[in-house]
Design a protein around this ligand. Structure first.
Ligand code: NAP
Length: 287
């Protein structure tokens, strides 16, 4: 007979709820704790154990999964029962900065626990679905020891021992995600102002945001420091952005987003990169 696998889930926002539900579906014995206890009601109805205290939640299982708003919330909870952390592996799937990931790993180590840092790459409905991935970093042996439990949630994209690495990759992805998504919304504001619905524009939007060709073309050039303007130039990009800005403003749409992008292009041109590729903006942005 094999023992029923078990896990503690702390944090029952939309993400933590999806995670606890995935564990229940896979037959895990799940102990849950949340600052607002009522959010555990439907999980308890499905068989989860509601821990009365943080201490009870931490001592219930070797593996403790955290899904909280940020690391301030992590400390607000764990500081309620630091002595209960000894011997635990804490899969901290809370998003925050790389520095905070490293500091929390040290803090947990001082209390006898091991942190696996995670950056979940899917929204709550993606938990437990094929292809979903999470960046992980921290001690490889801890990740391997809990591989089966972690894979109930998503696949494992292990990056290395540095506990800040998963957060760093996650934040780089979010940097791209938020700016791209707001770019999409800005475009849809211009579309809507001109009577074009988001659904009408959808096939064109999908084609436009498929940047794979550009990324594969630029990545080796970026790494080689090759910013040759043989395919595109900052001057061309700035002219194009002037048109974007003008179209937005004459449509009655706030132009601050394309204006900010245009400002970066203009700074690149002022720095002498007018005839260079737009990849030269990396040098401007790094300053
Ligand atoms: N949602 C997504 O699409 C998504 C996707 C990828 C990654 N993530 C990351 O996954 C994590 C959880 O996501 P979520 O959407 O579930 O976020 P959320 O709604 O912000 O998570 C809230 C959780 O944090 C708790 N919390 C916040 N401040 C607290 C404090 N001071 N003390 C104690 N508990 C506190 C909340 O408790 P109460 O219930 O008591 O308020 C709740 O359990 C976040 O780090 C997020 O960035 C989310």
């Amino acid at each position: 007979m094999t023992a029923t696998p078990s896990v503690t889930m702390i944090g029952l926002g939309p993400m933590g709820q999806a995670m606890a539900a995935a564990y229940l579906e896979r037959g895990y014995e799940v102990t849950v704790w949340n600052r607002t206890p009522g959010k555990a009601d439907h999980l308890v109805a499905r068989g989860a154990h509601r821990a009365p205290t943080v201490e009870a939640a931490l001592t219930a299982n070797d593996l403790v999964v955290l899904s909280l708003t940020d690391y301030d919330a992590v400390y607000a909870i764990l500081e309620q029962a630091p002595s209960a952390l000894a011997g635990r592996t804490v899969a901290n799937l809370t998003s925050d900065t790389p520095e905070k990931g490293r500091q929390a790993a040290e803090w947990l180590a001082r209390h006898g626990a091991v942190q696996i840092t995670g950056g979940v790459q899917v929204p709550p409905p993606g938990i437990g679905t094929p292809g979903a991935m999470t960046y992980y970093s921290g001690p490889k042996d801890a990740v391997e020891a809990h591989r089966a439990a972690l894979e109930v949630l998503t696949g494992i994209d292990y990056l290395g021992e540095d506990p800040g690495l998963a957060a760093l990759y996650y934040q780089i992805g979010m940097d791209m995600f938020w700016t791209s998504l707001v770019g999409y919304l800005h475009g849809q504001a211009v579309a809507a102002a001109n009577g074009i619905t988001a659904e009408e524009f959808l096939p064109h939007a999908v084609k436009t945001v498929d940047l794979r060709y550009f990324l594969e073309f630029y990545a080796p050039r970026i790494d080689a420091g090759n910013h040759e303007g043989d395919v595109d130039t900052l001057t061309m990009g700035a002219a194009s952005l002037e048109h974007v800005l003008h179209t937005a403003r004459t449509s009655g749409v706030d132009g601050s987003l394309p204006a900010a992008v245009l400002d970066v292009f203009r700074r690149g041109i002022a720095a002498g990169h007018g005839k260079d590729s737009l990849t030269s903006l990396i040098q401007v942005l790094k300053q």
